[in-house]
Design a protein around this ligand. Sequence first.
Ligand SMILES: Cc1cc2nc3c(=O)[nH]c(=O)nc-3n(C[C@H](O)[C@H](O)[C@H](O)COP(=O)(O)OP(=O)(O)OC[C@H]3O[C@@H](n4cnc5c(N)ncnc54)[C@H](O)[C@@H]3O)c2cc1C
Length: 405
Amino acid sequence: MATEVGAGGERKRGVDVAIIGGGIIGLSLAWRLAARGCSVCVLEREEIGSGTSSVAAGMLAPVSEVESSEQGRRALALALRSAALWEGFAQELEAAAEASIGHSQAGTLMVARDEDEARELERQLELRSALGLRASRLLPSEARALEPALAPVIRLALELPGDHSVDPPAVLAALRSACERAGVQLRCRSEAVGLEQRSDQGAERTRVLAGVRLAGGELVAAERVVIAAGAWSGALGLLPEQVAVPVRPVRGELLWLRDPSGSAPLRRSIRAGRVYLVPRSDGRVIVGASMEERGFERSPRAGTVYELLRAAYELVPATYELRFERVLVGFRPGTPDNLPLLGESALQRLYLATGHFRNGVLLAALSARLLCAMICGEALDAADAQLLASCDPKRFAAGAAGPGS
Ligand SMILES: Cc1cc2nc3c(=O)[nH]c(=O)nc-3n(C[C@H](O)[C@H](O)[C@H](O)COP(=O)(O)OP(=O)(O)OC[C@H]3O[C@@H](n4cnc5c(N)ncnc54)[C@H](O)[C@@H]3O)c2cc1C
């Protein structure tokens, strides 16, 4: 499928697909496309895997994240399908990279710390039961039997056995290795600054996509281009007018704590209100996360760190003794309806794979599958086709009937 492209006097051998952005979304897609025999180039402005994906807590948590709105139901359908794909995705990735990605299937506990939270948790249980999701009610003593490090103040807990986790830096390292082994060109410090179009040789003499212009002037010739630039996708400055990418950064701070003994005080992920703790097998405990509309502000704030540490201590007092290792700041790619943008844009052969908001790690497996099928012209079954349609990027184009139509 590779093509010869001439533009501005240059003649270069092009790739089938150029992907702008080397995060979990871009790399997962690149790996899947290469497995189908496509030639693929990933263009990353900084280092491969250095964006928001490296900050994520790594929860694969469709059931914890459920919301009762209509949009919430659509998001749930995507999340459940991707969670189901993750098991195979994780196994294949570990085999391809010959490395572990820290896939924990110990499950999640949602806990209530006072009467108000307990009432809210009962409501959350009803919602999950009504949706047919796996969640069971635990007395405080039952929760503490499962996780002895939980604080004695716990009033109620829900066990969500299907909500798992992975270690994002390990996933990114494995994807990088799997991509390299599959022949994907991974180009770091390659900032995309423009899209090149050329005249089609056909009778209608239309303009077609020819590739990506990099800062520095080089043209990367490509048959198709995918925007997978996460929270930066909406501000790339290279998109033609007819392509709407309403993606904004939703800032989040997250902490790494570590038990120097090498074993975390928890097995399961723990969630209460807006705070969560995710244990890793190497003794780390990830504590997250804030949600802030502050643009691309990179400096961590003392108040946020304080709030996260206090909430973590109230849930699991043993966190007091852990080593404080790191504060990370990341930018979730938010969209107006909290659903991703997946599919071909209003410009032919320009695809979007962005806007994954709070669930980009979870949705990576499904996004790669759906977009890979679309690009390769493979048929999807009716259920997957419907999921893909719910993410159609053209829903935000001027004159579109609107999300969910
Ligand atoms: C605190 C926090 C916790 C989170 N926890 C979870 C979680 O537990 N589970 C979950 O599923 N999700 C979680 N998320 C969300 C998840 O991290 C994101 O949805 C996901 O990482 C998005 O992946 P991406 O590949 O689209 O973006 P990124 O990983 O940001 O990758 C985009 C890449 O594009 C590059 N780029 C930008 N512009 C250009 C350009 N012009 N040229 C070339 N390259 C460019 C960037 O440098 C970046 O590397 C969390 C997010 C945050 C902030």
